[in-house]
Design a protein around this ligand. Structure first.
Ligand SMILES: C[S@@+](CC[C@H](N)C(=O)[O-])C[C@H]1O[C@@H](n2cnc3c(N)ncnc32)[C@H](O)[C@@H]1O
Length: 281
């Protein structure tokens, strides 16, 4: 049986869009997410973009980015297309995230808000792994998400605060604890994984993909914050690699010289002595 997901219904979407601006504290979460988008970002992917609300915020701060917005709801896709109609930098793609992501290229930032909790848990995890594979070294994944409360009481309190009850809450929700999701991100290989903002069941989970040569998500963000162009980051990584190579070669030279100067003749002498003894016996 297919898990419930009401987001292809236009009534469901319209009901959400009417109250989207009033969701308590969401603007704080969105502001926190914006902080983690690297300054030199070139390509952004928004998963479950809806009407493109979060992507529009990111592009407001990074207008030169090329963006891809993914969703499966016809009403949402139409709303996103309308929002970005005059913006050739945004491509809106229809895709059901229950299935593996199509080939969309690689990205410096993958973002999402209040969408991935509509997927079953197994798919959430495989999607996180797919996101890791799509990130360029130094890229970030920022997921502003609806997560599970640790108790039913806290869950009901949260619902009440956002104007819902257990009876009226969205049956499409498949909430999962924050800790499990952070642990998954670490296991997949993300670095600097953390929850940077939280209000009750709303949380910002983020992680980065490290550079190969440099301990790097941190380095990437530092350089991005200082608006250092990407080619300098690559050269810095290369220089570190060359320095490591030089150290290895020096150590090898040391080993070779100490063996040939001291130990090898001694070993050769002992071997000949042993041989002569064996032949004499
Ligand atoms: C709560 S809305 C959030 C929309 C938008 N990100 C925002 O912050 O306003 C959830 C979004 O996830 C999308 N969504 C849910 N399940 C999906 C799936 N299986 N594949 C693609 N999109 C999905 C819905 O169509 C909807 O646009």
């Amino acid at each position: 049986m297919n898990p419930v997901n009401l987001w292809t219904s236009s009534d469901h979407v319209r009901d959400y869009l009417e109250r989207a601006d009033q969701i308590s504290h969401r603007t704080e979460g969105e502001a926190a997410l914006l902080e983690f988008i690297p300054k030199g970002v070139r390509r952004v992917l928004d998963l479950g973009t809806g009407d493109g609300r979060l992507l529009a915020l990111v592009r407001g701060q990074h207008p030169d980015t090329e963006a891809v917005a993914v969703d499966f709801s016809p009403t949402m896709l139409e709303a996103a297309q309308k929002r970005f109609a005059a913006d050739s930098g945004v491509r809106v793609v229809e895709h059901n995230m229950d299935s593996p992501l199509p080939d969309l290229g690689t990205f410096d930032a993958v973002i999402s808000s209040f969408a991935i909790h509509h997927l079953v848990h197994d798919r959430k995890r495989t999607l996180y792994a797919e996101v890791f594979g799509l990130l360029n070294p130094g890229g970030v994944f920022c997921n502003l998400e609806h997560v599970a409360s640790p108790s039913q009481l806290l869950h009901e309190e949260f619902l009440q605060r956002i104007g819902f009850t257990v009876e009226t809450e969205d049956p499409s929700n498949k909430l999962l604890e924050l800790e499990t999701q952070l642990q998954w991100l670490r296991e997949i290989g993300f670095v600097d994984v953390d929850c940077h903002w939280k209000w009750r069941e709303l949380a910002l989970l983020a992680g980065a993909r490290a550079y190969e040569f440099v301990d790097a998500a941190r380095f990437a963000r530092c350089t991005a914050e200082a608006s250092v162009p990407t080619w300098t980051v690559t050269i810095a990584g290369l220089l570190r690699f060359l320095r490591l190579l030089r150290l290895c070669l020096a150590y090898r030279r040391y080993l070779v010289s100490s063996f040939s100067d001291v130990r090898l003749p001694e070993l050769r002498f002992r071997f000949c002595w042993l041989l002569s003894r064996t032949q004499g016996a």
